[in-house]
Design a protein around this ligand. Structure first.
Ligand code: GLU
Length: 496
């Protein structure tokens, strides 16, 4: 099956040169795990930091693993994270198509070309997938490796199914270079004659990635270190075609703990899961950037980076060889920092759906509630349980009125509420300042510490020991009528 040389010449002519070109090449599994997101981010940062081009390529040749809507998850995640791509299935580009299943013919042509060049061969053996995967077959024993040309032709003419395998050189070594791991040399005898083109005519990942990275002019290949072991075979393919090998940047895995990689199977969160768990996109990205990369020089101590700051600071020499452990407490810390740094109206917008899970009453000022929460939550999902006292006063224990630091007990609190109710009733207006000033003046008049008065007011108003905000803020948000009603109930409890 000889292919016209003009086809290959045309394909070469389309390859853009002269600029950094990186690609994010996810398989559409329906799940963007943290390691994937990190790969996307580093890949994007290398492109943006070098005035380069960032390409999205969908690797869907494993038809058994296709999941409905999976490509949308990829688009959505990249768009939300601000990792915009310059070329890809949806935006097109000079080396389209960007979906591997639409490039099927191309792989076939290059695989056959490799056979013609002597670097690959047709194999008609029936091997099960597990035999292939385990690599447990001596390639010397493969009867197809050295079949006479006439025999190959006869079998092809007879329509026998075949795969195309890479012909690894018999002796010698192969060395490849990785930007993170340095030079790695392996004996060729340890490499298997991997399948390049499957019986169904679709390429394996191991073949498609080389063809696509070359034809798309990719200069930096960023991916997980699970591909390191195959990299010598990729090099041999590049060499066989006479192509320049791109810069490899293999990143160590993101781990759940010292032993285990993060995985969907074990319930580890995807980007979308983290969003649903109340983390902000910016905080997730910032945290993920530092999972396996550290800034250098004068930025070495800096932890908080916006995306534009990362573009300036990112340098692939700062990527670590060691696996990174996903630390939830650290992510919580980043999230809290990002929540606090939002403009009040942005925090209100982000918090509102969560406030509304607990507070349905339309009369309450949600912006004022948000203001109480902004410095007091690590995750947006912490919000509802903090606000469960607005819609209805919880049934609380009299013991709540006892607090050593505020010098209160039920007797003291009864006296305080008896005085506080008329004082609040007679306030000229129901503003935070008016409530504050009124209560402070009353404490002074009664000759007690402010806390001695504030404690029972807050307990009676909220019915909870721990509340976001103090007595003044809570009474203000509850409104005059509701506050007085709750304070009278508290007093009745204490008088009973
Ligand atoms: N499709 C591969 C994956 O999702 C990409 C590997 C690569 O970037 O080359 O793991």
């Amino acid at each position: 099956m000889s292919v016209d040389q003009a086809y290959f010449t045309d394909m070469e002519a389309r390859i853009p040169h002269g600029k950094v070109r990186t690609r994010f090449a996810p398989s559409p599994t329906g799940y963007m795990h943290v390691g994937n997101l990190r790969t996307a981010l580093y890949t994007w940062l290398i492109a943006r930091g070098n005035d380069g081009t960032f390409i999205l390529r969908i690797e869907d040749t494993d038809q058994g693993r296709l999941v409905d809507g999976a490509v949308d998850v990829i688009y959505r995640t990249l768009a939300e994270c601000g990792l915009d791509h310059d070329e890809g299935p949806d935006v097109g580009g000079p080396v389209a198509p960007y979906i591997q299943s639409q490039r099927r013919d191309t792989y076939g042509k290059y695989a056959h070309r490799l056979v013609e060049m002597g670097h690959a061969y047709y194999c008609f053996c029936e091997k099960t997938e597990s035999e292939e995967d385990s690599g447990e077959f001596g390639r010397a024993a493969d009867p197809c490796r050295d079949l006479p040309a006439e025999e190959v032709r006869a079998r092809l003419d007879a329509g026998l199914p075949y795969v195309i395998r890479q012909r690894i050189p018999d002796g010698g070594t192969t060395t490849f270079h990785d930007a993170i791991f340095g030079d790695i040399t392996v004996e060729n005898s340890t490499l298997d004659d991997q399948v390049l083109l499957k019986r169904d005519g679709l390429p394996t990942y191991n073949f498609a990635n080389v063809i696509d990275d070359h034809l798309m002019g990719i200069t930096h290949v960023v991916r997980g270190s699970e591909y390191l072991a195959s990299a010598p075979k990729y090099n041999l393919l590049y060499e066989a075609f006479g192509w320049e090998v791109p810069t490899y940047v293999h990143c160590s895995p993101v781990m759940r703990d010292a032993q285990n990689k993060m995985s969907k199977r074990h319930g580890d969160p995807s980007y979308e899961d983290l969003k649903a768990q109340g983390y902000l996109t910016e905080a997730i990205l910032n945290y993920v950037a530092l999972l396996g990369w550290s800034p250098r020089g004068e930025l070495a101590e800096q932890e908080i980076f916006s995306l534009p700051e990362l573009v300036k600071a990112f340098d692939m020499t700062g990527i670590s060889k060691s696996p990174a452990i996903f630390d939830r407490a650290k992510l919580d810390h980043f999230n809290a920092v990002y929540l606090r740094s939002l403009a009040p109206e942005d925090f209100h917008a982000a918090a509102l759906p969560y406030i509304r899970q607990a507070v349905r009453g339309e009369q309450f000022d949600t912006a004022a509630i948000a203001a109480l929460l902004q410095a007091r939550c690590e995750r947006l999902t912490d919000i509802p349980e903090k606000l469960d006292f607005f819609d209805a006063l919880p049934d609380y224990d009299l013991e709540f009125f006892t607090n050593k630091k505020s010098k209160t007990n039920p007797d003291v609190c009864r006296d305080m509420l008896r005085a506080a109710i008329p004082a609040l009733e007679s306030l000229p207006e129901w503003s935070g300042d008016a409530i504050h000033d009124g209560l402070i003046a009353l404490a002074e008049q009664l000759g007690v510490k402010n806390a001695t008065l504030m404690w029972p007011v807050r307990i009676a108003a909220a019915g909870k020991l721990v509340t976001p905000g103090g007595a003044v803020e809570i009474c203000h948000i509850l409104g005059r009528e509701e506050t007085l009603c709750r304070l009278r109930l508290g007093l009745a409890k204490l008088e009973a």
